[in-house]
Design a protein around this ligand. Structure first.
Ligand code: MEV
Length: 331
């Protein structure tokens, strides 16, 4: 059950106020983004070094529930209406979680704070991480056990409000905090990594909303189903081959598959000149493969390092204009 309580802590501060904190990781999609929305498999891994944190403390009696978005310096009330997406995401998550726990939100006095190290709108799952951290902290604050699967479902309810038609892969990998092979509504396998490998996750610095790219792909799919279904099939085959390559620790094959997946993502129209350029830079600096990750048209790319050339690739990406490069080991 340890996976359900990762990063969770509960106790009293110096003033005797009960405080609970919890965190959740970012994520990156290794293979299969977009096609996963259409029932093909995808593989995603947590990025544990980048985390969102939620803190729940008892507030003054009768004070209601206050939601503090620390990074924005904004405070919202649970029972008021706001235009802000952040306010609505926090409200939806808190309301759904309290309802799930059978706790009446009207009678609570809480101060709920969230903050995140995960850049937003970069395909790193920042929204899912904040929601998951919040669900974990709330459940623990009320002394309630909640499974990773229920946390994932509650996070999905928030994702639906903001992502349109999410496949569910983001909430799954973030809530379970394990590498997953995922087929929407069918499978969620924690997979076996034959040999650890290092990914460099580079931020293009260009924000991109998953909701928009998913909607664009849907429009194009509606206009030419045959072509798009064939492209999605191609992605599905790559994902299955990648799962095999990961299981046997074949890093060279994995890199080649990343390049193949990127070629199809370009055909799907979700790459961008900036992504293409940085992907080329990573390959020239020695990456075994590179591709965009997540929604595309900005956001992040991932490059497969071989343990010897990590810093060379990272430096090349930063010199070429990447806003940030994070190294993460998948094991
Ligand atoms: C977003 O991280 C991945 C997409 O496939 C959308 C989704 O799966 O919901 C682009």
């Amino acid at each position: 059950m340890s996976g359900d309580w990762l990063g969770v802590n509960s106790g009293f501060d110096q003033g005797g106020v009960r405080v609970t904190t919890a965190s959740a990781p970012g994520k990156t999609i290794l293979f299969g983004e977009h096609a996963v929305v259409y029932g093909r498999p995808a593989i995603a891994v947590p990025v544990s070094d980048l985390r969102a944190t939620a803190q729940v403390e008892d507030g003054p009696a009768g004070g209601g529930v206050l939601l503090v978005a620390e990074d924005l310096g904004e405070t919202y009330r649970l029972d008021e209406t706001y235009d802000s997406d952040t306010a609505r995401a926090l409200q939806v998550t808190v309301r759904n979680t309290l309802q799930f726990l059978d706790i009446s939100s009207e009678e609570q006095s809480l101060v709920v704070r969230v903050s995140s190290q995960i850049p937003i709108a970069r395909g790193l799952g920042s929204g899912a991480a904040i929601a998951t951290a919040l669900v974990r902290a709330l459940a623990r604050h009320y002394g309630r056990f909640i499974t990773a699967s229920a946390i994932s479902d509650l996070t999905y309810q928030t994702e639906i409000v903001f992502h349109g038609t999410p496949s569910g892969i983001d909430n799954t990998v973030v809530a379970f905090e394990k590498p997953v092979y995922f087929v929407k509504g069918e499978r969620m396998d924690i997979f076996w990594v034959g040999r650890p490998f290092t990914l460099l996750v580079a931020d293009t610095g260009v924000p991109s909303r998953t909701r928009d790219t998913v909607a664009d792909v849907r429009q194009q799919w509606q206009a030419d189903r045959l072509r798009y279904e064939a492209l999605f099939d191609g992605v599905g085959q790559i994902v299955d081959a990648a799962r095999q390559a990961i299981a046997v620790g074949d890093v060279d094959a994995l890199g080649a598959l990343m390049d193949e997946n990127q070629a199809i993502l370009r055909e799907l129209g979700v790459s961008s000149p900036e992504l293409d350029r940085l992907i080329e830079v990573a390959r020239e600096a020695g990456a075994k493969g590179a591709k965009l990750s997540g929604g595309g048209r900005g956001g992040c790319l991932i490059a497969l390092a071989n343990g010897e050339n990590d810093s060379k690739i990272a430096t090349a990406l930063l010199l070429a204009g990447a806003a940030q490069v994070i190294s993460t080991v998948v094991h």
